[in-house]
Unconditional design. Structure first.
Length: 466
C-alpha cells in the first residue's frame, strides 16, 4: 500500500474537521477519504459529511455480499476525525480486527463489514463549508462552528425554491430551522403551513394534505381545503415525515412531481405552488434499504439536506441557548440559581435543546437544576419548616422536598412532573420504545403519551434501546 496518499504534513491522522480562514471569512474544512476494497482493489472516493455503507438501496457504497446488512455502517466527519458507527448490522463491524459499535478511523485503518474488507484512506483534497458571521438567524441560535456552518447553508438555500430535508435527533430544533429557512426566503410573507405527519391518524392524513370534497367519506360533511392548497404561494413544512405510510407516499410524490393535488373524492387536479421543507428524526436511508420508505420519494425530498448535530457535540452553544430561552421569558442569567450554568455545561443533554429549554424554565420557576436520567434536583438549602422525604434513588422512586412555607400547588406540580417523567421513562424502557403498546398498558391514549414524552424531551426509541 505504499502508493497510497498520506495525510498532509501536520494534519490529524483521523482527518479532523477544523476551522480555517478562507478569504475574508471562516470555513469548516475536512479532507475527503477513500475506501478501497481488498478483494478487487476498487477505490471509492467520498467528499460528504456522512457516507452510508450497506447492501441495500439508498447507501453511498453498495456492497453486494450476503454477509453485509442492508444498512450496515456509516462513516461521519466530526471535529475529532472520521468516525465509523455500526447501524445494527447482523455480522458486525470491525476496525483493526476489533469488533466495534463506534470508533474513530486512523488513516490506513482496516475495516471489516461482515466478510468484506475495506481500507480507509484520507485524501489530499479538502472540502470547505463557509461559516456565517452571525450567531442568530431568524430564531435559530448557536456560536459553534457546526451551527454557524448550518446558518450559512440556510442563508444560501433560502434564496432558492429547492426542497429541503432537515434531519436531527428529537429536540435539536428541526422546526426552528424550517422556520428560519422560510423567514429568510422570498416566500417569507406567504403562508407557512405545518403538517405533523406523526400526530395525525393514518386514515386522516390524506385529507389533511390534499383536502376532501363533501360526502367523499363518512363524516365528510363539508369540503375541506388541504395543506397543499392552504400553503400555495408559501411553504409547506412536513414534520416527522418518516411516519408517513407507504400507501400515501406515491400520492405525495405525485403531488411534488406534478405540482398539483386532487382532493379526496374530487374529479379534477388543482395546481399548487409550494416550497417543501421536510423534517424527521428517523433514518430515512435505512428505511429505504429496508423497504419502509420509497427511494424515489426520498431523493425527491432530499434535494438539499441539513443535518443538525446533537447538543452534546456542540456544548459551546449551551450558554447562548440558555440566554435565548431566558430572554424569551423576559429574564437574564440573574434569574438562575447559583451554579446552574456549570451544571448545564456538564450535562450530556439526551433531549437536546428542548430538554435544555425545559431545564432553564424549571431552574427559573423552581430554583433547581434537575435533569433527565434520574438526577436529583440541585436546590438551595431548605428553609425552616422544610422536611425531606427521600427514596432509595433508583428510577422507580423519587426524591422530593416538602416545604410548608411554599404553596401547596407549586410543590404538587413539581412532584407530579417528576413522577410523570420517571413513569414515562420506565414505561418506554419496559415496552422497548413501542408507544402504542405502552399507552395501552398505561391506560392513556397514544397522543397523550406522545405529549408527555415531548414535554420532557424524551425519545421513545432511545429509551427503548436503553
Amino acid at each position: 500500500m505504499s502508493d497510497q496518499p498520506s495525510p498532509p504534513s501536520g494534519a490529524s491522522p483521523r482527518g479532523a474537521t477544523i476551522v480555517v480562514r478562507s478569504g475574508a471569512g471562516l470555513s469548516l474544512e475536512r479532507p475527503t477519504f477513500e475506501l478501497i476494497e481488498t478483494r478487487t482493489s476498487k477505490r471509492h472516493r467520498f467528499d460528504v459529511l456522512a457516507a452510508r455503507l450497506g447492501a441495500g438501496p439508498g447507501n453511498d457504497l453498495l456492497l453486494a455480499d450476503p454477509t453485509v446488512s442492508s444498512v450496515h455502517a456509516e462513516i461521519v466527519a466530526t471535529p475529532q476525525g472520521f468516525r465509523i458507527r455500526d447501524l445494527g448490522s447482523t455480522n458486525g463491524t470491525s476496525v483493526g480486527g476489533v469488533r466495534v459499535l463506534e470508533a474513530f478511523l486512523d488513516d490506513a485503518a482496516l475495516i471489516k463489514l461482515g466478510e468484506v474488507e475495506l481500507t480507509f484512506r484520507l485524501g489530499k483534497d479538502k472540502v470547505s463549508q463557509p461559516i456565517a458571521e452571525v450567531t442568530e438567524l431568524h430564531g435559530a441560535v448557536g456560536t459553534s462552528p457546526a451551527m454557524r456552518a448550518i446558518f450559512s447553508r440556510i442563508d444560501r438555500v433560502a434564496k432558492t425554491d429547492a426542497t429541503v430535508m432537515v434531519h436531527g435527533e428529537t429536540g435539536t430544533g428541526k422546526e426552528v430551522v424550517a422556520w428560519s429557512i422560510y423567514e429568510a426566503s422570498k416566500r417569507g410573507d406567504k403562508p407557512f403551513v405545518v403538517v405533523d405527519c406523526g400526530s395525525i391518524a393514518p386514515t386522516l392524513i390524506e385529507s389533511e394534505l390534499f383536502g376532501h370534497e363533501k360526502g367523499s367519506f363518512t363524516g365528510a360533511h363539508q369540503r375541506r381545503v388541504g395543506a397543499f392548497e392552504r400553503a400555495s404561494g408559501g411553504t409547506l413544512f412536513l414534520d416527522e415525515l418518516g411516519e408517513l405510510s407507504l400507501e400515501l407516499q406515491p400520492k405525495l410524490l405525485r403531488a411534488l412531481e406534478r405540482r398539483e393535488v386532487q382532493r379526496v373524492g374530487g374529479d379534477r387536479p388543482i395546481p399548487v405552488d409550494v416550497r417543501i421543507i421536510a423534517a424527521t428524526n428517523r433514518d430515512l436511508r435505512s428505511m429505504v434499504a429496508r423497504g419502509e420508505f420509497r427511494e424515489d420519494l426520498y431523493y425527491r425530498l432530499a434535494v438539499v439536506t441539513v443535518e443538525l448535530p446533537p447538543l452534546r457535540e456542540r456544548k459551546e452553544d449551551v450558554p447562548v441557548l440558555v440566554d435565548h430561552f431566558l430572554a424569551g421569558m423576559g429574564m437574564d442569567r440573574t434569574a438562575l440559581p447559583a451554579g446552574a450554568m456549570e451544571r448545564f455545561l456538564e450535562h450530556p443533554w439526551p433531549g437536546n435543546a428542548r430538554e435544555l429549554k425545559n431545564a432553564v424554565e424549571r431552574a427559573v420557576v423552581l430554583g433547581e437544576t434537575r435533569f433527565l436520567g434520574g438526577d436529583a434536583p440541585a436546590a438551595s438549602a431548605p428553609s425552616a419548616g422544610a422536611s425531606s422525604a427521600a427514596a432509595a434513588g433508583d428510577d422507580s422512586q423519587g426524591t422530593y422536598l416538602v416545604n410548608t412555607h411554599e404553596p401547596y400547588k407549586d410543590q404538587k406540580a413539581r412532584v407530579t412532573a417528576s413522577f410523570e417523567e420517571r413513569y414515562a421513562r420506565l414505561l418506554m424502557k419496559d415496552h422497548h420504545g413501542n408507544v402504542s403498546a405502552a399507552s395501552r398498558v398505561a391506560g392513556i391514549d397514544r397522543m397523550s403519551l406522545h405529549k408527555i414524552l415531548a414535554r420532557y424531551g424524551l425519545d421513545a426509541r432511545e429509551l427503548g434501546r436503553g
